[in-house]
Design a protein around this ligand. Structure first.
Ligand code: GDP
Ligand code: GDP
Length: 434
């Protein structure tokens, strides 16, 4: 499981600045989800090859009177779901009464808290932190987020403390890991029950839950699967428990932990921005994808046409994925999804020997040569596989950084077509050897 780090602190201490430092890859997955304040941001960070999730809670004002209940509740949920909290204070301002309020709040949360003193640029770090021992979270850590100072060691220090489970060991024998994700009420639980309710399914004992998702291993037609159920079907049977809160962290974790992600959409509501956010994140992680347009029962022909048009218009970036129009409630179309899940998994995990990829590269370039650059022809020499789930193809040659986009697209499309890749995104990397 990816460690989750929550950024907490009063306004203006530098949370957003630190957030942007930590998640330098892409824009934050700005959460526009129900039950979540708009200013809460989620992103993925990397330290070496260790990935983690960062949440900018943004919500604690620390102002006793103005302390918006809902915002505080949201932040508390983020803190609860985090493995570690960066409690950020302003090294130039000294201890602010709001900091003390937040400190009390964090002490109750019983989390691993790192007191981070920001804006220490131009200050003597030892002097800057000396005030803050009094806050009571041990040795404060000095950084200057705006100047990227101290940030790397802060993260390394934190991650060294977080449990690092061996992925191979955790995933041993789990078969095809399928995450079922989607907005609240799109029909995830209903679908999970349907998928498990299929003939010939043997459900094994639940082998431990991680975070809040429920992991359900089972077998179907001799193939092993593990459903990662973000809706928490099993626990819902326990009537004393309220309907689960929708959690973005849970969804992100499930996506990262899956081989294939089934994104469930309520077809009656069309493709919403929230659906798009989630799909974009799935694409970024490189996981294989199957899209389920649920509640297809009882829709008018006009409605169906409208949804199909929306798919053309808004989901072009998922043209590699299979779309299923299903009714989880009645079961229609659900069994057929397994073929797409299996196909996506096989493509995502496929292994191709270097000679095969290199021969393919030779054929493709012979059909249509790379262009000349400054009178010199770009040569692509060999290709090898750099990873799977998503499959990565690494192409070596000279001047590959000069390859026009159009030629790269041509190459990629050919590879995808000849290797018969469906259901998973592919990544291509170009390396220059001269
Ligand atoms: P947030 O409200 O906690 O998210 O704070 P911001 O990230 O928006 O930062 C508030 C202000 O502090 C901005 O003007 C930042 O440029 C500034 N700031 C953030 N980090 C540093 C730092 O390391 N040094 C200095 N001098 N200013 C900083
Ligand atoms: P979740 O929050 O995503 O797990 O959604 P649920 O599985 O709890 O379903 C939410 C509501 O949608 C429930 O009332 C379901 O009965 C209903 N529902 C789920 N799938 C379908 C479907 O295929 N057709 C129709 N008409 N209703 C459905």
């Amino acid at each position: 499981m990816l460690p989750v780090i929550a950024l907490v602190g009063r306004p203006n201490v530098g949370k957003s600045t630190l957030f942007n430092r930590l998640t330098k890859t892409r824009d934050a997955l700005v959460a526009d989800m129900p039950g979540v304040t708009r200013d809460r941001k989620y992103g993925e960070g990397k330290a070496g090859d260790k990935a983690y999730i960062v949440v900018d809670t943004g919500g604690i004002t620390g102002d006793e009177h103005g302390l918006d209940y809902e915002m505080a509740r949201q932040s508390l949920q983020a803190i609860e779901e985090a493995d570690a909290v960066f409690f950020i204070v302003d090294g130039r301002a000294g201890i602010h009464p709001a900091d003390e309020l937040i400190a009390n709040y964090l002490r109750k949360a019983e989390k691993k808290v790192f007191l981070v003193v920001n804006k220490t640029d131009g200050l003597d770090p030892d002097v800057a932190i000396s005030d803050f021992f009094a806050v009571g979270f041990g040795h404060p850590l000095a950084i200057a987020a705006a100047h990227n100072r101290g940030v790397t060691s802060l993260v390394e220090h934190t991650l060294a403390d977080c449990e690092d489970l061996d992925e191979e060991a955790r995933h041993k024998d789990s078969g095809v890991r399928i995450a079922i994700v989607g907005r609240p009420n799109v029909g995830k639980s209903t679908l999970v029950n349907r998928l498990l309710g299929e003939d010939r399914v043997v459900v094994f004992d639940e082998s431990g839950t991680t975070r809040d998702s429920v992991y359900i291993p089972y077998e179907r037609d001799g193939q092993k699967y593990t459903l990662i159920d973000t809706a928490g079907v099993r626990r819902r049977k326990n009537v004393t428990q309220a309907v689960e809160k929708f959690s973005i962290i849970k969804t992100l974790q499930a996506i990262k932990d899956a081989n294939v992600v089934v994104v469930v959409v309520d077809a009656r509501q069309g493709i919403t921005d929230q659906d798009l956010h989630m799909m974009t994140f799935v694409l970024d992680t490189g996981r294989a994808v199957v899209i389920a347009l649920n509640k297809w029962d009882g829709m008018s022909e006009d409605q169906k046409k409208e949804v199909k048009e929306q798919i053309q218009r808004r989901l072009e970036f998922l043209d590699f994925a299979r779309f299923h129009f299903i009714s989880a409630l009645h079961g229609s179309g659900v069994g057929e999804m397994y073929a797409s899940v299996d196909e996506a998994y096989e493509c995502a995990m496929a292994k191709w020997p270097t000679p095969r990829l290199t021969r393919l590269l030779e054929d493709i370039t012979a059909d249509h040569q790379p262009p000349l650059v400054a009178g010199r022809r770009i040569k692509l020499r060999y290709a090898h596989q750099g990873g799977s789930n998503p499959p990565i193809i690494v192409i070596h040659g000279n001047q590959t950084n000069q390859l026009p986009i159009s030629y790269k697209r041509y190459l990629q499309n050919k590879f995808i077509k000849v290797l018969k890749i469906r259901g998973t995104p592919m990544r291509f990397e170009f390396k220059t050897n001269d």
